[in-house]
Write a protein that binds this ligand. Structure first.
Ligand code: WT7
Length: 683
């Protein structure tokens, strides 16, 4: 077991925050009002999952009823067996058919403040950008339905059929949600690639999924600059002949290269597309989307999610965890990028069936200044706000004056996700953003779980800073040893889920063995989350970190192996070892130890510093800027055990010894002595 599981890391935290009085009234009635109510319903959901989930699923439209709620043949779960439905129908048509077509479904705000963009490519009726106000678009269910049908027809005209994977590599624009919904409508699984990833990441994913169509934008706005999305797609297409069509949304009006026959402007193809497009009848277990995430070996894993279970689970978690109530002037804002699962589940699919407007913001939290998020909260009267600890730590650093300038009194529930939140950041969030009135929901979950797994419910669960508290309904979570036996109180162990839940992953695309190996082999009969955790005296869960070679940087999972492969792919690097080290804002930063090719290892300090920069840029090119090492050290040899395993623990402690990686001037590390000293211990 990893050394992160140690009793020493148990931090004492005695502060307990009851749900604030008046909370229930402020949200139009809390769904779950007390811990007793939670326990009773949780017990029911575990004792009778079929009864519990069947009732929730019945709130949706089904084209054919299911014959059985759940079937579990480890490791394969099926939910709503034999049922047929369509998630796009349940997000849009169902709301329109019920007379809610004119309700606002999505509020979108662009990043630029004073852009004057006219004409092509912009939604009709969008206000022209004028100095001083950002561009805002309100899309009703009816608007989304019309745009989705048109784009679904465009995809069909590109030859996309049910089961074909469509790649979406776009910025945070409404058309990204529209493209996802269009895919869902015609039964084509989407594979969204985060716009911060490089062309190589596109190639890997497009090839793995045999995806022939990419939807992208000319560029994406980020902190006032244009991210050249189309250029990255062009570079990817130069490395594979898989891609037959590229549809390009005009957003930034930057210059792009054009390949006739392959490339099409979104506004041109949509203009002639019909507004009629019926929904494909999907089996409950037909694939809804693929989303790639990092694993402990180099290749990213295509996590597969299917239709019925994911639909029901993301709906119910959104509803209960954020206490979403329609017709109560609620506005829900999740600040994640749709390139991550958080955006899939809590900007799009979980929100639309709840009929509470979902706010989507295009750009950076500090553009044009550090108050941007609070400006958005005030102007749109956001009621539920969901962000990540890394963002909260950045806000703390930028200073209280930014949130204090704005009226944040509309806020009712605050959420966090992505990594453990340190109690200091939790308290700041509680005081400065929540004015001590808003419950904080610290939601633990994963790309693989599809939705929230361990989380407080805002009107019911007393919270403790740093703990994600208790399992959601239907979730049988436990902390166990390798034999599946539960650990004593406050003792670290493996976090597992012992029963299937509706939104669980159905596999890794094209790799059955890796699916079983990663999630169902280490502890027999249980889903292994890959995190270590402990439970305290109240039964509350505390996440302690990853157990595999995956690090969590600013809430994003990165495989250390992926970064090592990227480094080694540079001509100067012979061998590389990547570990995480503590970082004030990002939580974990990336430290890389490299041995150099003899031709490159002789140079003066300045030359070696230049090489470090080159390598950082190289990793950004290979994977994306988020994978850039914060610290690179060159060494003659990496410390290894006699069996040849890199001594990561040693590297981690060396990396952590540097309080400020930017101060690092060591260019060459001699591990030979250290390695010898440690050999007996590790071997
Ligand atoms: C890993 C999953 C789920 C969307 C964002 C990340 C860590 C996530 C928490 C939390 C402590 C957390 C875990 C998990 N994590 N939420 N509230 N407290 N750790 O999705 O990229 O699939 O990463 O993020 O280590 O396994 P992901």
């Amino acid at each position: 077991m990893s050394d992160s599981v140690s009793i020493e890391s148990v931090l004492t935290e005695n502060r307990v925050f009851e749900p604030p009085s008046g909370f229930s009234e402020s949200v139009g009635g809390a769904y779950i009002k007390s811990l007793d109510e939670y326990h009773a319903l949780h017990k029911r959901s575990i004792d009778d999952p079929e009864g519990f989930w069947g009732e929730i699923a019945a709130e949706f439209d089904w084209f054919e009823p299911w014959s059985k709620v759940m079937e579990w043949n480890l490791p394969d779960a099926k939910w709503f067996v034999g049922g047929r439905t369509n998630l796009c129908h349940n997000c849009l048509d169902r709301q329109v058919n019920a007379g809610h077509g004119d309700d606002v479904a999505m509020i979108w705000e662009g990043e630029p403040y004073s852009l004057s963009l006219e004409g092509e490519g912009r939604g009709e009726g969008a206000p022209p950008g004028n100095g001083g106000t950002p561009e805002v678009r309100n899309l009703t269910y009816h608007d989304l339905l019309t745009e989705t049908c048109k784009f679904a027809n465009v995809l069909k005209s590109c030859g996309v059929k049910k089961g074909d994977v469509v790649t979406l590599y776009m910025g945070m624009v409404p058309e990204l949600a529209i493209a996802m919904l269009a895919c869902a409508r015609i039964g084509a699984p989407h594979s969204v690639i985060f716009g911060g990833f490089s062309s190589q990441a596109i190639v890997d994913r497009v090839v793995d999924a045999s995806s022939k169509v990419i939807v992208t934008c000319d560029g994406g706005w980020r902190r006032g600059s244009v991210v050249p999305l189309k250029d990255n797609v062009d570079a990817a297409c130069a490395k594979t002949d898989m891609v037959k069509s590229v549809i390009v949304l005009k957003r930034c009006h930057n210059d792009v290269q054009w390949t006739d026959g392959r490339d099409h402007w979104w506004h041109e193809v949509v203009a002639s597309a019909s507004e009629e497009c019926s929904c494909e009848s999907m089996d409950s277990e037909d694939m809804l989307f693929l989303l790639y995430t990092s694993g402990s070996t180099g290749k990213p894993k295509g996590i597969m999610h299917t239709t019925g279970g994911y639909m029901v689970y993301t709906y119910l978690t959104s509803k209960y965890v954020f206490n979403l109530v329609p017709d109560r002037d609620q506005v829900f804002w999740c600040t994640a990028d749709i390139g991550w699962v958080t955006g899939h589940s809590y900007i799009v699919y979980g929100l639309l069936p709840n009929r509470v407007p979902t706010l989507m913001y295009e750009g950076a939290p500090n553009f044009p200044d550090a108050a941007r998020f609070w400006d958005i909260v005030e102007r749109h009267k956001v009621t539920q706000f969901y962000t990540a600890p890394t963002a909260i730590r950045a806000f703390m650093k930028w200073g209280d004056e930014h949130p204090r300038k704005h009226d944040l009194s509309s806020l009712k529930v605050l959420g966090t996700v992505g990594e453990p939140i340190n109690p200091e950041a939790w308290m700041w969030y509680h005081k400065v953003i929540g004015n001590e009135k808003c419950p904080i929901v610290d939601t633990w979950w994963q790309t693989e779980t599809g939705g929230h797994m361990i989380t407080p419910l805002p009107g019911a669960t007393p919270t403790v800073p740093g703990s994600c508290t208790l399992p959601f309904f239907g979730i049988d979570a436990a902390v166990v040893n390798e034999n599946g036996e539960e650990m004593p109180v406050n003792t670290g162990g493996l976090l597992v889920i012992r029963k299937p839940w509706p939104a669980m992953l159905r596999g890794i695309f094209g790799d059955r063995e890796r699916f079983i190996e990663t999630y169902f082999s280490r502890v027999e009969g249980m889903y292994l989350a890959g995190d270590s955790a402990r439970r305290d005296e109240r039964g509350y869960f505390w996440i302690m970190g990853r157990i595999d070679d995956v690090i969590n940087v600013a809430g994003h999972r990165l495989g250390t192996m992926e970064i090592e492969s990227a480094l080694v792919s540079h001509e100067s690097v012979v061998e590389a070892a990547v570990v995480g080290m503590p970082h004030e804002i990002k939580g974990t930063a990336i430290a890389a130890f490299c041995t150099l090719d003899p031709g490159h290892s002789t140079g003066d300090v300045a030359q070696l510093e230049t090489l470090k920069q080159t390598l950082r840029t190289h990793v950004a090119k290979e994977i994306g800027a988020i994978a850039k090492p914060d610290m690179i050290r060159f060494t003659d040899a990496l410390p290894k055990t006699r069996s040849g395993k890199i001594m990561r623990r040693l590297l981690r402690s060396i990396a952590s010894g540097d309080t400020d990686p930017n101060q690092d001037t060591t260019t060459l590390e001699d591990f030979s002595v250290l390695a010898k000293l440690r050999e007996s211990e590790e071997g």
